[in-house]
Design a protein around this ligand. Structure first.
Ligand code: PLP
Length: 389
């Protein structure tokens, strides 16, 4: 073993691209005005903000005024769902919301709170063993009251990509607003909102080599929304608060780079991902792929191992210099199975043993070879320590 560390957790966060750091620096150092101020400092900051908005709009293929900057992907999801749900209720409607159990907690917990605390009706759609939601399933659960539907572009834990254009089409046939959490997809999947037809789309910069703590929400013109954070009516009245200009500049630069280099990165990721999947499934008994084999994020390989606690495995891997993640949370030494893995039909003996390996721009074939040297022993050690469900 060398001491070189291998980072395979790009779905959790990516390093910031050096070109993004360079683009942001002047907005910490020199151009620090408040973009709403009338003087030159303010005007320069506002110009940078609007250039960033234009860049994002060009990539999403929308108008700049349809881009709302937020503090993260979670806030973007919250604003989309709460904003559209509250506006529908304000219009006097009895509101029904639809999502699915595999969404990020920024979506599921928002829908749960709207249901349990604020009395909205909601449906969590059934998913298949790959974590797919079909347009037919969606259609059969929409009723006359369905106002907002939120279904993710790509899953963070199992990598499955949903047929968003078809799902948005069904939502629109039935008169509902369609939101997609594209946080994992950005940089790897086409985000053109005219092609997909979505009304609301969330992204977060730290998933595509930008800084943490900044996101964006696309809001299609004409979508009726209420703000969830009120104040000075920044961001087209939908998100009050002085904009974080350096981070917004960073988000736009990172998205621009990720989009212009997408083909090359996607080819690189796909090769590494397929190497990993092939090696693990052929060489490791008691391992299964989770999520779709074909409709899958290029950077994302995820597995379940029978009769292990993923947290033990992650510690074993970390000791060998490999950073990965799982879907199950460890609360005071008491492991809980991944809800996502349970929802796609795995039982506890598998759902505690989820492993996500997500590759990135710096990942090499040698890194994958190193993982394959280390992983079988790490899984065996974790299985020895397994105390059962
Ligand atoms: N949605 C998905 C699918 C994610 O994977 C994440 C982060 O892991 C988020 C939302 C939340 O983004 P942020 O960390 O910017 O709040």
């Amino acid at each position: 073993m060398t001491n070189q560390r291998i980072y395979l957790d790009h779905s959790a966060s990516t390093p910031v691209d050096e070109r993004v750091v360079e683009a942001m620096l002047p907005y910490f150092r020199e151009t620090y005005g408040n973009p709403t101020s009338v003087h030159r400092y303010g005007q320069e900051a506002e110009a940078a903000l609007e250039r960033a908005r234009q860049t994002v709009a060009d990539i999403l293929n929308c108008q700049p005024r349809e881009v709302i900057f937020t503090s993260c992907g979670s806030e973007s999801d919250n604003l989309a769902i709460r904003g559209a749900a509250l506006a529908a209720r304000q219009a006097g409607k009895d509101v029904h919301l639809i999502t699915q159990p595999l969404e990020h907690s920024a979506v599921t917990n928002t829908v749960k709170q709207l249901t349990e605390v604020f009395g909205f009706a909601s449906t969590f759609l059934p998913v298949d063993n790959d974590g797919q939601v079909s347009p037919e399933t969606l259609r059969s659960h929409i009723d006359g009251k369905t106002a907002v539907i939120s279904l993710m572009t790509a899953n963070n834990e199992i990598g499955t990509i949903l047929p968003i254009a078809d799902l948005a089409g069904v939502a629109h046939e039935m008169g509902a607003v369609f939101h997609t959490d594209a946080v994992q997809a950005a940089g790897q999947v086409d985000l053109d909102v005219q092609k997909s037809g979505v009304d609301l789309l969330s992204i977060s910069a730290h998933k595509f080599y930008g800084p943490k703590g900044v996101g964006a929400l696309y809001v299609r013109e004409g979508t009726i929304m209420l703000p969830i954070q009120t104040g000075g009516s920044h961001e087209n009245g939908l998100r009050s608060g002085t904009q974080n200009v350096p981070l917004i500049v960073g988000l736009a630069k990172a998205l621009e780079i990720a989009t212009s280099e997408r083909e090359q990165h996607v080819a690189h990721y796909t090769g590494l991902r397929d190497l990993l999947i092939e090696a693990i499934l052929t060489r490791m008994p008691n391992a299964r792929l989770t999520g779709s084999r074909t409709e899958r994020l290029p950077s994302h390989a995820s597995f379940a191992f029978k009769d292990i606690d993923a947290n033990t495995l992650l510690m074993q891997l970390d000791m060998k210099g490999i950073a990965a993640s799982s879907g199950s949370a460890c609360k005071t030494g008491n492991p809980t199975p991944s809800e996502v893995l349970l929802a796609i039909g795995l039982d506890d003996s598998w759902a505690l043993g989820g492993l996500r390996l997500s590759v990135g721009r710096q990942t090499t074939d040698q890194d994958i070879a190193k993982v394959m040297e280390v992983l079988p022993d790490a899984v065996a050690a974790a299985r020895q320590l397994w105390i059962g469900t």
